[in-house]
Design a protein. Structure first.
Length: 365
């Protein structure tokens, strides 16, 4: 299988860059459909509209709420079609961003601009949308014609968000290297429809190294609502490097177990984030891989240092219901999932045992 690399058209990051949006998008379209929540419209809607007006572009607002569902996608498509929009902007967290990417794809592959307001996951740079039902269970993945045309990250905006969002992004990004490495070892097909390459693996390792070196000080900056070099480094890791790594390096058991855990009612009701579930899924993946103790210690020490969950209780489980976790393991081990990228013959029983072992290891550390 060939090496295939997919990347965003332009990636821009820095404090105050939102006000420069116009110069990066002025050649992409004329009437912009802004998909975001009412809260994010209040936070940055005026700045987006002002930046677009500075280059003589129009903006139409489509209100978004909570989850990337087919209903939310269809509603935004109707808004954009009625207004004659020829380009989409998604502003907010992962679900608003995934909705915008799906809308751009289903409107004929029109240009797509992504403006994350939090660094809670690597959705901004990924060329796909994960669609859920109202219960928070993944129902389908929509692949984009191409990755987003522009991803603009204003770190001044990111620094104003609560620390829990950045912690979630750290959890998502933490798995990037280990999942790419699993795909490298097994020759698994990546989301870019090729093999994990030297470039992909190296960028995934850089993502991991930046997290280890800068995360604690980045969180301290967020607690002060300030931007420093550590925050810039971690945001680049969480959004750009992790996004590139997920698509071109590949996914494995950490993300598959995340999908399974999303079907556990207690975890869904707790509002546990994608990145938090991925971080716990990574612990289980390391168990499935029989990772060396040194690697274990580094990952678990990092998880505890930044406040990521390491036990089922941390994920919101107050009463263990075996049937729920048997179901989660079955989902994670299904043929369509990524657990097979660790080893093709991993069973649901092995995943179930790894989840329990991860809970025990997290509590013991």
């Amino acid at each position: 299988m060939a090496v295939v690399l997919r990347d965003v058209g332009q990636y821009i990051q820095g404090a105050g860059e939102l006000d420069n949006l116009g110069k990066f998008v002025k050649k992409l379209g004329n009437k912009f459909l802004l998909i975001c929540s009412p809260n994010n419209k209040r936070r940055i809607g005026d700045r987006i509209e002002t930046a677009l007006k500075s280059v003589e572009k129009e903006m139409v607002y489509s209100e978004f709420h909570n989850q990337c569902t087919m209903e939310a996608i269809e509603k935004a498509i109707a808004d954009g079609t009625a207004a004659g929009c020829d380009i989409v902007i998604g502003a907010g967290g992962g679900t608003a961003i995934d909705t915008a990417k799906a809308v751009a794809t289903k409107m004929g592959g029109i240009p797509c601009v992504i403006i994350p307001t939090i660094a809670s996951n690597d959705a901004p740079c990924a060329g796909l949308s994960v669609v859920y039902n109202e219960e928070g269970v993944v129902v389908k993945v929509i692949n984009m014609v191409r990755n987003p045309d522009v991803v603009l990250v204003d770190t001044g905006v990111i620094a104003q968000a609560p620390r829990k969002f950045l912690v979630s992004g750290m959890g998502d990004a933490l798995a990037t290297y280990f999942e790419a490495r699993a795909c490298w070892r097994t020759g698994a097909r990546t989301m870019a429809r090729g093999n994990c390459s030297h470039t992909s693996l190296a960028m995934a390792k850089l993502c991991y190294d930046l997290l280890l070196d800068h995360s604690v000080k980045a969180l301290e900056a967020v607690d002060r609502n300030e931007v420093n070099e550590d925050l810039e480094n971690v945001v680049e890791a969480c959004i750009y490097l992790s996004g590139f790594g997920a698509i071109c390096g590949g996914l494995a058991a950490a993300h598959a177990i995340n999908d399974g855990l999303g079907a556990v009612p207690q975890i869904h009701a707790n509002g546990t984030s994608h990145g938090e579930k991925v971080a716990f899924g990574l612990i289980a993946q390391l168990i499935l891989e029989k990772a060396p103790k040194e690697e274990w210690d580094t990952v678990l020490n990092y998880i505890h240092a930044v406040g990521l969950p390491s036990t089922l209780a941390d994920l919101g489980v107050t009463e263990f219901v075996e049937a729920d976790f048997r179901r989660a393991a079955k989902i994670a081990a299904s043929p369509k999932e990524f657990t097979k990228n660790v080893r093709a013959d991993i069973t649901a029983d092995e995943v179930y045992d790894a989840i329990l072992a991860a809970d025990k290891a997290g509590a013991a550390k």
